[in-house]
Ligand binder design. Structure first.
Ligand SMILES: Nc1nc2c(ncn2[C@@H]2O[C@H](COP(=O)(O)OP(=O)(O)OP(=O)(O)O)[C@@H](O)[C@H]2O)c(=O)[nH]1
Length: 343
């Protein structure tokens, strides 16, 4: 956004300079056209940065230098207004197409089609203008042609489209980021309750429609308060992070992992039948009991209690599945912890 705004400011300054009465032609041509090229290069950098790429400073300098040299050539060495204006049409047109290409190629965000259309319109209008001036007979006449009239109309239309499209792209990016942040637990990076309701709910609905098995594991760390009390809160946090990493290793791409309370985690498993869910829960329980967490020189051993529930027993409603899984998990606690129970 910063590059794009600066770029547009520089383009405006360049345009103003090229149209000023009484300005020496050399200044008008060299500085004016260079500024326009520099401005478009900054816009191109902005679009690329937004799409995870960049445009090197050397490339920006090169783009500006080309405009300066060619316009200087048509002013000092081979003075030709037609040559200068035709060149600027082609050159700035192609640069605008490059901006459109960058936006369309690297991004799939809302607003991209509008921005690409805007850059496309701008580029096409400028190239058509350049071609028209080249083919025009007699002295250069910028006022009396229908083609030039249409291109003059297209340029502001393209500018409105690019501005609107780029603003939409940036807003969409912020909205996506906010949505992600509001569904992620800051400590572990797993989903939080809101994220679970959203992604877990969608997974359950998809599996119900496809008539596939779904299983939910409710996992609670045993005597977590004692871990905090004995080793400190930082060690407790590290246990939660390590547990998240360990659980992630067992997940497949469609599975959902969430932390829904202090030391309570939920796994929603895609296409897992009751027997396989029990086997997985048992494997997790044993691995967790075996792997102590190292934190600030201390080795913190811990265990978990797991409640297992499958769609075959409790249906596909996530709240009902979690309630049944919770009951099974508390049964595991009641039986002495470090256990797996199924609903
Ligand atoms: N380190 C750390 N502790 C937390 C966090 N969230 C909650 N806790 C602590 O987790 C502890 C949970 O204690 P309890 O609910 O009594 O459960 P427990 O000690 O695990 O006992 P059982 O579940 O019955 O085995 C409390 O002491 C909370 O302060 C967190 O993000 N980090």
């Amino acid at each position: 956004m910063r590059w794009w705004a600066t770029g547009n400011l520089v383009i405006s300054a360049g345009l103003a300079l090229t149209n000023l009465e009484g300005v020496p032609p050399l200044l008008c041509a060299l500085v004016g056209y260079s500024l326009i090229a520099l401005g478009i290069a900054l816009v191109l950098r902005g679009v690329r940065v937004h799409c995870g790429d960049t445009l090197a400073t050397g490339q920006i300098v090169l783009i500006t230098l080309i405009a300066m040299l060619v316009s200087g050539y048509f002013t000092l060495i081979e003075p030709s207004v037609r040559g200068r204006i035709a060149f600027s049409g082609f050159y700035f047109g192609v640069l605008n197409w490059m901006c459109g290409y960058a936006a369309g190629r690297y991004s799939s965000e809302r607003g991209v089609p509008i921005a690409v259309t805007g850059f496309g319109l701008l580029g096409t209008a400028l190239v058509v203008r350049g071609m028209h001036l080249l083919m025009q007979e007699g002295p250069v006449d910028l006022s009396s042609s229908t083609v030039l009239g249409i291109t003059m109309l297209t340029v502001p239309l393209g500018q409105v489209c690019t501005s609107f499209g780029l603003i939409l792209m940036v807003m969409w990016r912020y909205a996506e980021r906010l949505r992600q942040l509001s569904s992620i637990d800051a400590l572990t990076g797993a989903l939080n309750r809101a994220g679970l309701e959203d992604q877990g709910g969608r997974l359950a609905l998809r599996l119900q429609r496809a008539r596939r098995d779904l299983a939910v594991l409710m996992i609670d760390v045993d005597h977590f308060k004692q871990i905090n009390d004995s080793f400190g809160h930082a060690a407790g946090d590290e246990v939660l992070r390590c547990l998240t990493r360990l659980l992630r290793q067992e997940l497949r791409p469609m599975d959902v992992l969430a932390r829904i309370g202090g030391e309570e985690f939920v796994l929603v498993l895609d296409g897992v039948d009751p027997a396989a869910a029990l086997r997985l829960a048992e494997r997790l329980r044993a691995r967790i009991a075996d792997e102590a967490v190292q934190c600030e020189g201390a080795s913190v051993a811990y265990t978990v209690s797991i409640g297992v529930v499958a769609s075959a027993a409790a249906g596909y409603e996530l709240p009902a599945l979690m309630a049944a899984g919770d009951r099974a998990m508390y049964e595991a606690k009641r039986r002495g912890r470090n256990q797996v129970c199924s609903a």
